[in-house]
Design a protein around this ligand. Structure first.
Ligand code: IVH
Length: 707
């Protein structure tokens, strides 16, 4: 017995509506109602129907976010309306001058909508009868590149608009609040402008994996997102964590019978510009939100330029807390009618102004280049800089990544360099600043020998690696530091200085030696009195009873971070079984691909590594497998981070929260589950308090993760 095609079609429609609703709740509103598993089931059911009945597939189906074949080039597409730039300055006087010009042109009080100036790339989305028709980059402002297939892969870009609740303010004649639940009709044509960007935490993670794979890291999140948006193959774009925020209606048209507020009467220009349909930018923003688009966080209506300047100052302080880059605040005249009178130059509208922040770039002298040896023997050139303050933080070192990077940038000792800092990201050398007439030193050459142990180096792609692996003290030190770190055995009192002492004094020649240390051994070391020696030995001994996941993480297998270690522990439950697992078996595990499985098997099959692990285990370890029922302890809870965490990076924290079913969002709302408080918290803490959102200090947060 088969269901009639009519029934199947109705089921598919129901599923699409339901999935779209959950997509919106998850990606735009940050408050999912169902678990990932339940969502996957809906999605799979729809995919199965569409596979069996291909003619039932609709272009705006949630299943259709990827699929198109790669393009040979991006088409040139004309914008619905010109995408202008913004007048901008870092100076408050310029913001005041802008305000004066506006006030001259407008009768009565002047309000602005103030919002963050997002540092990504501008994108136009065009919806025809509510369905995403095309997406176009800014280009020269008149025409840009058609990147429709790529935009479709961005989860916060709706493939179809929702019916919006009509803002109560839209039609003043509609005084009865019971009637204000009207829905705002779907326009026949809507061109929305917004920004595509990448969260800093996602960017860090992307760059880490690129460097690991021997690829050039992106200079900043903006370049990374712009590059992803302009891919020819949307399947590549889909793997890049892009976000979309809408901030302007470029153009809107309604069919005559569906325009908001009913028949406008003869002559009303409802079909030509935004101003005729909305009175204020605030209403336009509400409409965008209602249609399912995500707006920038913390947009605020300000009553005058003083309030706008205060908003700018507040945001400049909070900038450090955000998980995305902003380079200023945008002020927009809230009333739409006077905008026409103010008009535009060929470059920018006169009704908007970008009040920028001082850039987080500085120029300083590169005093020396040194080489660091990492846990896996990788030699990393490091720039030692004349200390300089960049956006409130003193920077004295910057990574130069690898040999190829160094050559590409041609920076040498003694050069003047421009450096930049983006959020939590390690400071980077952007470029050399030319100094005509100044003699330069010779190009820096990566050493032929390991600077720590003198062993020969080998080249692996763009990397130079010390060949001495288990014999190199630098690799040993880094390896032990990792083994005993917070995510690993978590041995208190065993920081990098102590590790260096132990290795330097010859007390520890391999990780297993740690467990033979006696208080008497330690007493010989600088700074170790009786109590400290005894405590450290106790801490080392008690660390032998530990979670399997911590032990696996601590081994320092390339590519295996805390999350993967936990996944492996859940799957294998026993170190001996994990060590024997073949690559094919590892690849069956969710989240483990061929590259990772190869690294894992290579690690365990290496005789020297195996001997080192055996030696450690021979000291009497008890490795506790994870609880049988994998915990979804944080199911549906959202987390916001503020300030710097000491013992875990933001991206690691995010992964851990997600692995327990929680989500990480960037701004505090009443729906936020927890605010996690690091050092130097900003205004988010205050907001959380106002909204009654529970606040967790770092240690409490780690306990919640089951640390
Ligand atoms: S409004 C013409 N609002 O800044 C007015 N622009 O430097 C339309 N930008 O190309 C733009 N955040 O890509 C507006 N909240 C925001 C913005 C924003 C970022 C970008 C936009 C523009 C650039 C100008």
């Amino acid at each position: 017995m088969t269901a009639s095609e009519g029934e199947v079609r109705r089921r598919a429609d129901r599923l699409r509506t339901e999935i779209r609703r959950h997509d919106h709740l998850y990606h735009v509103e940050n408050r999912p109602e169902i678990s990932d598993g339940a969502y996957d089931r809906l999605f799979r059911e729809l995919s199965a129907i569409e596979e069996a009945f291909p003619h039932l597939v609709t272009p705006d189906s949630p299943t259709q976010r990827v699929g198109a074949d790669p393009l040979s080039e991006l088409p040139v597409v004309r914008h619905v309306a010109a995408m202008l730039s913004l007048d901008s300055s870092e100076a408050a006087e310029d913001a005041r001058r802008f305000d004066e010009r506006v006030r001259k042109a407008v009768d009565g009080p002047v309000e602005y909508l103030a919002e963050p100036k997002l540092d990504g790339s501008s994108l136009e989305l065009v919806y025809v009868n509510g369905v995403l028709d095309r997406a176009v980059t800014r280009g020269n402002g008149r025409e840009g590149e058609g990147v429709t297939e790529n935009a479709r892969t961005i989860p916060s870009v709706p493939l179809r608009l929702r019916l919006a609740e009509q803002p109560a303010t839209l039609d003043p004649s509609n005084g009865d609040p019971s009637e204000s639940a009207d829905t705002l009709p779907i326009p026949s044509l809507l061109a929305v402008r917004g920004e595509v960007l990448m969260y800093l935490s996602s960017f860090e993670e992307l760059n880490r994996s690129r460097v690991e794979a021997g690829l050039e890291p992106y200079a900043n999140p903006r370049n990374a997102s712009a590059g992803a948006l302009r891919q020819l193959d949307s399947r590549i774009t889909r793997t890049r964590p892009l976000e979309f925020f809408a901030y302007d209606i470029l153009h809107v048209e309604w069919r005559d019978d569906s325009r908001p507020g009913g028949d406008p009467g003869a002559g009303a220009a409802f079909d030509t510009n935004t101003g005729a349909a909305f009175e204020t930018d605030e209403q336009a923003a509400e409409a965008l939100q209602g249609w399912g688009l995500r707006l920038p966080d913390r947009t605020r209506k300000v009553a005058d330029i003083d309030e706008a300047i205060a908003y700018h100052a507040e945001f400049a302080r909070d900038r450090e807390d955000l998980d995305y880059e902003i380079d200023g605040v945008v002020l927009k005249l809230n009333a739409l009618a006077p905008r026409d009178a103010l008009g535009s130059t060929s470059h920018h509208p006169r009704w908007a102004f970008a009040f920028k922040f001082a850039p987080r770039q500085e120029v300083t002298r590169l005093e020396r280049i040194t080489v660091q040896v990492g846990r896996t023997g990788k030699l990393t050139p490091l720039a030692l800089l004349r200390p300089v303050e960049v956006g409130g933080v003193t920077v004295s070192r910057a990574s130069l990544h690898n040999r190829e990077e160094l050559e590409r940038r041609d920076v040498r000792e003694g050069d003047l360099v421009r450096i930049q800092r983006a959020g939590d990201v390690i400071p980077q050398v952007v470029e050399r600043v030319e100094e005509p007439g100044r003699a330069r030193s010779d190009p820096f050459r990566m050493p032929d020998e390991c600077p720590r142990c003198g062993a020969a180096v080998v080249e692996e792609g763009p990397f130079v690696v010390c060949s001495n692996r288990l014999g190199c003290p630098a690799q040993l030190e880094r390896g032990i530091e990792h083994f005993v770190s917070r995510g690993g055995l978590d041995i208190e009192g065993l920081g990098s200085e102590t590790v260096a002492l132990l290795v330097g004094e010859g007390l520890v020649r391999e990780p297993a030696d740690l467990f033979d240390l006696t208080p008497d051994d330690l007493l010989k070391l600088d700074g170790f009195a009786e109590t400290r020696s005894r405590k450290l030995v106790e801490a080392i001994q008690s660390a032998k009873k530990t979670e399997l996941a911590r032990f696996v993480y601590g081994l320092g297998i390339p590519e295996v971070g805390a999350t993967v270690a936990r996944v492996l522990a859940v799957e294998f439950r026993d170190l001996a079984i994990l060590r024997e697992a073949a690559a094919e078996r590892l690849e069956e595990v969710e989240g483990i691909g061929p590259i990772m499985s190869e690294k894992i098997t290579r690690f365990f099959n290496d005789d020297a590594r195996a001997a080192s692990v055996d030696a450690v285990l021979s000291k009497g370890f008890e490795l506790i497998p994870p609880p049988e029922q994998e915990s979804r302890a944080l199911d549906g809870k959202s987390f916001v981070f503020t300030g710097r965490l000491d013992s875990i990076t933001r991206s690691e924290a995010k992964r851990r929260v997600e692995s327990l079913g929680g989500r990480v969002v960037s701004s505090v709302s009443a729906a936020t589950g927890y605010l996690v408080l690091g050092g130097r918290p900003g205004s988010k803490a205050k907001k959380a308090e106002e909204l009654g959102v529970p606040v967790l200090e770092e240690q409490a947060f780690l306990r919640l993760l089951g640390e």
